[in-house]
Design a protein around this ligand. Structure first.
Ligand code: CO8
Length: 262
């Protein structure tokens, strides 16, 4: 497996079919810089290309998932540089372009770009210590990799405005109530729980999983009637795969399915 400077990437034995990506810049509370986002893109591309991998977990440390974009890297940049580099767009595209499910396992701070990274994942599992926020207003700027758009869709306008205009943090329970987080676990079991969830996903048909992910994401991009029509088409198309025959035969024969991704 490739050596990374800002990540620790593993395929844990206890979670077959899962790539675990740990953000690893402890000196900066895992702040996202150009190097980290480039490596994250590489790690995601490797997981996407590996047929043995069915799900990806991104996590940080106990103290911080990621405390934002790296303020020290950004502070002196000019508009021309930001525009020319299309700052962080490549990193965002790498995450958005991954067809396998990505779970964010968030402990501690998920602030600014860290909260945005978590929201770019397919769902968020949180430790009871998690703290989410979009504090960019305190720096005289705004979220830049989707925070104003994704937080608003996830928690609604009132709470998104409250979070973004005040820069306050919200804890795990408020985040779960608001719909930002799907489940909360005790901090010391979070990664193991996330790996168990990911292993369960990785054991399903990879074809059906990719289509399900595509369909849920379509709900954000289209009207209800177009989304429902797309769902019906993809549902019908799933009957072209061996995995549909295997899944339904296994149910009838009262055994576990063995999906092959064909
Ligand atoms: N960038 C760079 N370094 C950071 C960051 C960061 N975002 N966050 C923490 N660090 C560093 C600190 O500078 C410190 O380094 P050092 O020891 O060298 O001084 C080290 O990490 C530890 O941090 P603290 O001593 O501050 O730890 P505390 O426990 O006292 O506080 C906090 C933790 C509350 C999380 C605090 O560190 C903090 O407020 N961090 C900044 C949070 C923030 O403002 N995040 C938003 C950043 S802007 C952003 O994300 C924009 C996203 C869009 C960009 C996309 C562009 C297109």
């Amino acid at each position: 497996m490739a050596a990374y400077q800002t990540l620790i990437v593993e395929t844990p034995e206890a979670a077959p079919g899962v790539t675990l990506i740990r953000l690893n810049r402890p000196e900066a509370l895992n702040a996202l810089n150009t190097a980290l986002l480039a490596e994250l893109g590489q790690a995601l591309a490797a997981a996407q290309a590996d047929d043995a991998i069915g799900c990806i977990v991104i996590t940080g440390s106990a103290k911080a998932f990621a405390a934002g974009a790296d303020i020290k890297e950004m502070s002196d940049k000019s508009y021309a540089q930001m525009f020319k580099d299309d700052f962080f767009a490549a990193g965002a595209r790498a995450i958005e372009g991954t067809r396998k499910p990505i779970i964010a396992a968030v402990s501690g701070y998920a602030l600014g770009g860290g909260c945005e990274l978590a929201m770019m994942c397919d769902f968020i599992l949180a430790a009871d210590t998690a703290k989410f926020g979009q504090p960019e207003i305190n720096l005289g700027v705004a979220p830049g990799i989707g925070g104003t758009q994704r937080l608003t869709r996830l928690v609604g306008k009132s709470k998104a405005m409250d979070m973004i205009l005040t820069g306050r943090m919200m804890g795990a329970e408020e985040a779960e109530r608001a719909g930002l987080v799907s489940r909360i676990f005790p901090a010391d079991t979070l990664v193991d729980e996330a790996l168990a969830v990911a292993a369960r996903i990785a054991a399903q048909s990879p074809l059906a999983t990719a289509m399900n992910k595509e369909l849920v994401n379509a709900a954000y991009e289209t009207t209800l009637s177009t989304g429902v029509a797309l769902e019906r088409r993809l549902f019908h198309s799933l009957f072209a795969f061996d995995d549909q025959k295997e899944g339904m035969a296994a149910f009838v024969e009262k055994r576990k399915p063995a999906f092959k991704g064909s």
